[in-house]
Design a protein around this ligand. Structure first.
Ligand code: F0G
Length: 472
């Protein structure tokens, strides 16, 4: 059969509240044109993130009932630890409330004013946690990874020549090297096993540990199985185990490929770093057998980790992301290709080519998509990355609008609705106005910044509903 179906049935549902276009126009204005400020029940299809938005399985909900809430030594912790070590056999597993807590604890131990930490591309929270210690976060993704059109099976790969040169020059200031799998900021693009091995070899030469930012490890492993020679006959679980066998530690947001709504961990082999991490954990997260989590959360992670390496699930997951990407391509919407694992990334620099980067084309597109269909995506461009540590502003490498697909949540007809909204946007892309920032915090500004359309009448023009919708 060619039709790849959702490999699950739906047992429990959540209603979606419908809104009119006029209503959305008001709501987005009141949200200062920042989609993070919207109430989620004013959103029809929420593609803001695939993080913490997964639908849990019946087995995970059943697992919650087994949660043991003992302050210390909870059996839930040991079930969680066993499930993690089944895939990622590190010596120490330190639970945290989510990925960024693991990053903060790790960077608090290893980074600092002199340190430089390379990665393929750091995610925004990782970068912020590095920079907040005074250290420098350095992105060394391969050239193809910055070109939305480049056709490469592993566009998330680290540029090993540049990493080698970087370690030759700065090695003594590099406490660790990171690799983000998949490379979220670069389009959800995978990293090959050869690249992980190559990075490890360079790190070994310089006696520097290698860590994975492993949020979407199962999607990355599935890409390796499909695209990398020699892995076609391996199981995803074997590939996952091999990925982690080459590295010295990991940070994890369980909100992605552990199929839960909250959670994370730091896992590593180094005893001294682990001791310091647990001391930090007790200060800010909680006792080492629960971190920032309830026992029941640890149970849900343990079950989720067994479900995520299911290959029927992963086949459906990749097929559904590709389905949206291919449909947008057929409409002429420029996207990052090949399509990544968890999201489709629209190249707003090209789609709204009349807007310069510092008029935030991807933010402009995000607002237009919301007013058109109540769909919420997220800007990954100059709003997210344009502000420099010294307060100045530089255009980001790319201006992307990410449509992230929550796991096991939306069906094909939801996605068909998204595609139909784009049919309309294609026709009036050149009318969409640029934006300026009117208020922003010093760090991670995209979450709370306020915006103003540079041509407010254009917002109104481009969002004016057809007459029949007014009457509705
Ligand atoms: N690393 C990567 C690659 C991520 O994508 C995220 C989160 C984190 C670290 C931080 O994890 O949210 O649990 O603290 N990404 C979400 C996203 C927020 O929408 O892509 P967290």
């Amino acid at each position: 059969m060619d039709t790849i179906i959702e490999p699950f049935r739906i047992k429990s549902v959540e209603p979606i509240r419908m809104t009119s276009r006029a209503e959305r126009e008001r709501l987005i204005r009141e949200a200062h044109y920042n989609l993070f400020n919207l109430h989620a029940d004013d959103v029809i299809i929420d593609l803001l993130t695939d993080s913490g938005t997964s639908a849990m399985s019946a087995a995970q909900w059943a697992g919650l009932m087994q949660g043991d809430e003992s302050y210390a030594g909870s059996p839930s912790y040991f079930r969680f630890e066993e499930a993690v070590k089944e895939l990622m056999p590190f010596e120490h597993v330190v639970p945290t409330h989510q990925g960024r807590a693991a990053e903060r604890i790790l960077m608090g131990i290893v980074a600092g004013p002199e340190a430089k930490i390379p990665s393929n591309t750091h995610f925004d929270t990782t970068r912020a946690n590095i920079e907040s210690t005074g250290a420098e976060a350095v992105d060394l993704v391969i050239e193809e990874g910055l070109d939305p059109d480049a056709d490469h099976p592993f566009k998330g790969n680290m540029d090993l020549d540049r990493l080698g040169a970087f370690l030759d020059t700065h090695g003594e200031h590099v406490p660790l090297v990171m690799l983000t799998v998949t490379n979220n900021t670069g389009g959800g693009q995978p990293v090959s096993m050869a690249n992980i091995r190559g990075a490890k070899a360079l790190c070994e030469e310089h006696d520097v540990p290698l860590f994975l930012d492993a949020c979407r490890f199962a999607e990355n492993a599935y890409f390796i199985k499909q695209r990398e020679e020699g892995f076609g006959d391996s199981s995803v679980k074997e590939i996952v185990r091999e990925m982690f066998s080459h590295v010295d530690g990991m940070t994890m947001s369980a909100k992605k490929d552990a199929l839960v709504n909250i959670g994370g961990w730091l896992a590593l082999d180094d005893d001294d770093w682990a001791r310091e991490a647990r001391n930090q954990l007790i200060l800010t997260e909680g006792f080492p057998t629960y971190g920032g989590l309830a026992g029941r959360d640890l149970e849900a992670i343990a079950v989720g980790l067994r479900e995520i390496v299911d290959e029927d699930y992963l086949e459906y997951r990749m097929a559904s992301t590709r389905y949206l990407g291919n449909a947008l391509t057929n409409l002429g919407v420029p996207i990052v290709t090949p399509v990544g694992g968890h999201a489709v990334y629209i190249d707003a620099k090209r789609f709204l080519s009349h807007l310069p980067p510092l008029e935030y084309p991807a933010q402009a597109l995000a607002v237009a998509l919301y007013t058109t269909g109540g769909i919420r995506g997220v800007e990954i461009g100059s709003v997210m990355f344009g502000r420099q540590p010294d307060g100045s502003e530089e255009p980001a490498d790319q201006e992307l609008l990410r449509l992230a697909i929550p796991r096991r949540v939306y069906t094909q007809s939801h996605v068909d609705y998204v595609i139909e909204c784009f049919e309309e946007l294609v026709d009036r892309a050149d009318e969409i106005p640029g934006y300026e920032i009117t208020e922003e915090p010093p760090q991670l500004r995209h979450f709370t910044a306020h915006f103003r359309p540079l041509d407010p009448s254009a917002v109104h023009r481009e969002t004016t509903p057809p007459a029949h919708e007014h009457e509705a």
